[in-house]
Design a protein around this ligand. Structure first.
Ligand code: GAL
Length: 864
């Protein structure tokens, strides 16, 4: 059995030294959200890097921003159908800002306009809007104050001015950043987080100008929708310039031994020191989930080098363990003092847990077997595009949690930091993936062009940024990497795993591979992966233990079944592969670009949901699976050509409406009783209709049509659903599930009449007035009796009044050509989604929906 625990030199440090406490609650390290008050120009203008450039005519906006999603779908956009057919190109962003009062850039060589060293100063209180400079805001509930750094409270006078950094969580792609006309650098990778030191270039009491050029013009550069722009959050970080400091992402926390009596947290802090001999005190305080102090450890330290790694072990009694069912989080407060002066304080959330892969038993969490029931997710948020939004990500995860899903693979790139925070909090295991390609390209202008120069830096930054998240249980160094087919794969695999292990020796590493023949698979041949990760190829699972001796086995990607929500082709009991083989072009046959939602269609390299789960479920040594994919995403609309523009692979559609297979998973993966009956009940009289039901926690189902029993069915053997073939007659179809003769659940589907009105399905009726929080409102078109009209495609006109705006409209239809940003949208198979965004002012928000033949409807939600 391989146990992945923190390893490395254990230096048990004394906690007997005198604890140092800050004199007040003054905090030196601030992280101010820097999303507000940017200017944007869609197009190129090389002169825009100059501070004096006139950006007045440019559009004003707040980040995160994805300009692609604002565009129109077109076959002529250079991104092409694989990337969703939305525009890309070049864009510029600028932000003019004054430093918050009290912040004085530290004097360094070449510095322009900084204050004098030693000058006393006051830090901004970002909770007090009056003390903030224009364009900076305190974070509201939906723009999470990420816990890595201290909350924003005033600080005592500094030491010799401040260090000031700008941090970007992600820009797609090829960003270049200037401060006051000075080029800070370039980052080609569109999914990586990075920061620049602004200190030497900042002016204290005058305007400063940040300019960012984003170049997503070379196309194609991806196999899926990427979005374009500064699509993740931006932060301004300030801390006192001091002779010794905690390095960027310099804190590493991992679980050491755990027994029933006590747990050991292993903490490694990297300190950057201007000179050897610099003394300081490092203090670690652990808080439980209620904010109670658990234990404190204080260590006086003298720098031995410019970069110093300080190991501390924190023992504490009766730890609560983190697991997907019980995502218990502790918070570690790390403080650095020189003498009595607090130099830096950072908060790191952590979970105490033990993950183990085992060749025979699969996967264990805290010693208990756990099947990884995961899905792959791309980063787009449907109609919102790539622009990061915490409530949209939380909604996706809640939908998946309800299904019983316990793991996410971030396909095929590092995710937004807030996504990992949510997984920590909500209890999802995460496979954090680095690359979709190495040196060998998948598209002409993809990251393969940057790989040689940037892969080390990008991978190091990813692992450093993400390594403290308790949810991450494995790193993936790549997806279906072409180098698995030639010898360069051996060298690169050794190099990449070496990079990951040098920064995080506590977690296993895999790669999502496709070559099953070990002799042909050079990534496998490198002999350095901890876990054999195989995509598809489920015909070899039963021989995996022989083929990959001693290697734990994880189905890193499976399925690629296809479906359109609410669409059903008869009969349902023959499985189709669309496309059928690599030689046959990708074609489905329905003229309306739909795919049947009876789980009976998949790509030839994949399998239906049931075909897949049956096999993964069978073999205990298969640690688990990641279904391709949790949600439909923009781009890759296999099996159709244009105008199809988003994927069919999701268990949930692009708008967030579950397809029927969702309930198969729920019946197998969740602990709640399930009964799901489909399809709808609007057919031609006499037509033979296949009726399916997924169920759990019952032993049989009886089906009734208009009160007449059509018989009892039970899942036999490894069946995952039951089916009847029923000649249609209008009325009521009803299923009853029973256990030992007692009714567990009942479900009805009724023949619907003409569309008459709408019903709303609201995820949150109260949202935060922070300018970014969202309410997702499903609009159901129903008949006069409230039955969903299953083929309603009424054009809806939608408006929002009060303290909110309409952020997008979508219906989940993969070949829908309407922009997500209009005020009119057709429903699809009876449903449409309106996304409402809160303004910054609290108050009532009203959604108005109208459509031909429908009673006008309004819905109020509260923004507080
Ligand atoms: C896989 C690939 C995914 C996606 C999927 C579609 O081979 O890793 O990114 O393209 O196919 O079936």
């Amino acid at each position: 059995m391989r146990i992945f625990l923190a390893v490395g030199v254990c230096l048990l440090l004394s906690s007997a030294a005198t604890p140092q406490t800050p004199e007040t609650n003054q905090i030196p390290h601030q992280r101010l959200n820097f999303d507000a008050g940017w200017k944007f120009h869609p197009g190129d203008d090389p002169s825009a890097s100059a501070p004096a450039f006139n950006d007045k005519p440019w559009r004003s906006l707040d980040l995160p921003h994805d300009w692609s999603i604002e565009g129109e779908f077109s076959q002529n956009n250079s991104t092409g159908q694989q990337e969703g057919g939305l525009p890309a190109g070049i864009g510029w962003y600028r932000k003019t800002f004054k430093l918050p009062s009290g912040i004085t850039p530290a004097v360094t060589e070449g510095q322009a306009g900084a204050g004098m060293p030693g000058m006393a100063h006051r830090m901004v209180d970002s909770n007090n809007p009056k003390s903030q400079a224009k364009g900076m805001r305190a974070t509201g509930p939906d723009v999470p104050v990420r816990p890595q750094l201290s909350p924003n409270v005033p600080v005592r006078p500094g030491i010799s001015g401040d260090k000031i950094y700008i941090s970007f969580d992600g820009i797609y792609r090829n960003s270049e950043v200037w401060i006051n006309g000075h080029l800070l650098g370039k980052r080609p990778n569109g999914y990586i987080s990075f920061r620049y030191d602004l200190t030497p270039w900042l002016k204290k009491d005058a305007d400063n100008v940040l300019a960012v050029r984003v170049d997503n013009s070379a196309q194609p550069n991806s196999r899926w929708y990427t979005g374009s722009g500064i699509y993740r959050h931006v932060w301004l970080e300030t801390l006192p310039a001091a002779p010794i400091a905690i390095d960027h992402w310099g804190i590493q926390v991992s679980t050491g031994d755990i027994t029933d009596q006590q747990a050991r947290l292993r903490i490694s802090t990297t300190l950057r020191s201007a000179q050897t001999g610099q003394s300081c005190t490092l203090q670690q305080v652990l808080y439980d989930a209620n904010g109670n102090k658990v234990t404190t450890l204080t260590l006086p330290y003298t720098a031995k080098d410019t970069l110093n790694t300080v190991q501390q072990d924190l023992w504490f009694p009766a730890a609560q363990r983190w697991s997907p069912e019980h995502p218990y989080l502790y918070t570690l407060e790390t403080s650095l003092f020189i003498g009595n002066r607090l130099i830096d304080r950072q908060m790191t959330r952590t979970g105490i847990r033990q993950f183990q892969f085992d060749f025979r038993q699969g996967f264990l969490v805290n010693g208990h077997h756990l099947k990884i029931k995961g899905v792959c997710l791309h980063h787009d948020l449907g109609a919102l595009g790539a622009a990061v939004n915490t409530s949209a990500m939380r909604r996706q995860l809640l939908i998946l949690k309800e299904m019983g899903c316990n793991a996410i693979r971030t396909a095929h790139n590092p995710p937004a930091p807030e996504f990992l925070d949510l997984c920590d909090e909500m209890g999802f295991l995460v496979m954090d993936e680095a690359f979709d390609m190495w040196q060998k390209k998948k598209n002409k202008y993809d990251y393969s062009l940057d790989f040689a120069q940037w892969h080390r830096r990008d991978l190091e930054d990813q692992v450093r940024r993400d390594r403290n998240h308790p949810s991450i249980f494995i790193w993936s160094i790549g997806n279906e990497i072409r180098e698995q087919f030639d010898a360069s794969g051996i060298t690169l695999t050794k190099e990449l795993t070496g990079i990951v292990r040098s920064i995080d020796p506590t977690r296993p590493i895999t790669s999502a591979m496709t070559e099953t023949d070990t002799l042909e698979n050079n990534i496998y041949q490198a002999g350095v992966l901890d876990v054999m990760g195989l995509n598809y190829n489920q015909q070899v699972y039963d021989s995996a233990q022989r083929k990959y001796p001693g290697q734990p086995f994880l189905a890193t990607e499976t399925t690629s079944a296809e479906a359109t929500r609410g669409h059903y082709d008869m009969p349902s009991d023959s499985i189709r592969r669309w496309p059928t083989s690599a030689k046959v072009p990708a074609v489905g046959v329905n003229r309306d670009y739909t795919v049947s939602a009876y789980d009976d269609v998949s790509a030839y390299w994949g399998s239906t949901h049931e075909e897949t789960w049956r096999i993964v479920k069978r073999d205990p040594f298969v640690a688990g699976l990641f279904v391709w994919s949790g949600f439909d995403y923009l781009g890759e609309p296999t099996p159709y050509r244009w105008p199809a523009r988003s994927s069919y692979f999701g268990i949930v559609d692009l708008a967030g409406f579950p397809k029927d297979s969702y309930y198969m998973y729920q019946s197998e993966w969740s602990s709640k009783p399930v009964l799901h009956l489909f399809p709808h009940w609007n057919w031609k009289p006499g037509q033979l209709v296949d009726v399916w039901a997924y169920y759990s926690q019952a032993s049989e189902i009886e089906l009734f049509l208009n009160g007449v029993s059509l018989g009892v069915k039970r899942k036999e053997g490894d069946e995952l659903h039951v089916q009847w073939r029923v000649p249609f007659e209008p009325g009521v179809l009803k299923a009853v599930s029973r256990l030992h003769g007692k009714v567990v659940l009942e479900k009805e589907v009724r023949t619907a009449g003409a569309p008459a009105r709408v019903q709303f399905m609201v995820d949150r009726q109260i949202i935060h007035a922070d300018g970014s929080d969202l309410s997702f409102i499903g609009i159901r078109i129903v008949d006069a009796n409230g039955n969903l009209v299953p083929d309603a495609d009424t054009e809806l006109s939608v408006s929002v009044t009060g303290e909110g705006t309409l952020a997008g409209l979508d219906n989940g239809y993969q070949a829908d050509g309407e922009s997500f940003r209009g005020y009119r949208h057709r429903a699809f198979n009876g449903l449409c989604l309106a996304i409402i965004r809160a303004k910054k002012k609290a108050g009532r928000i009203t959604l108005h929906v109208n459509g031909a033949g429908l009673t006008p409807a309004i819905l109020d939600i509260d923004s507080q």
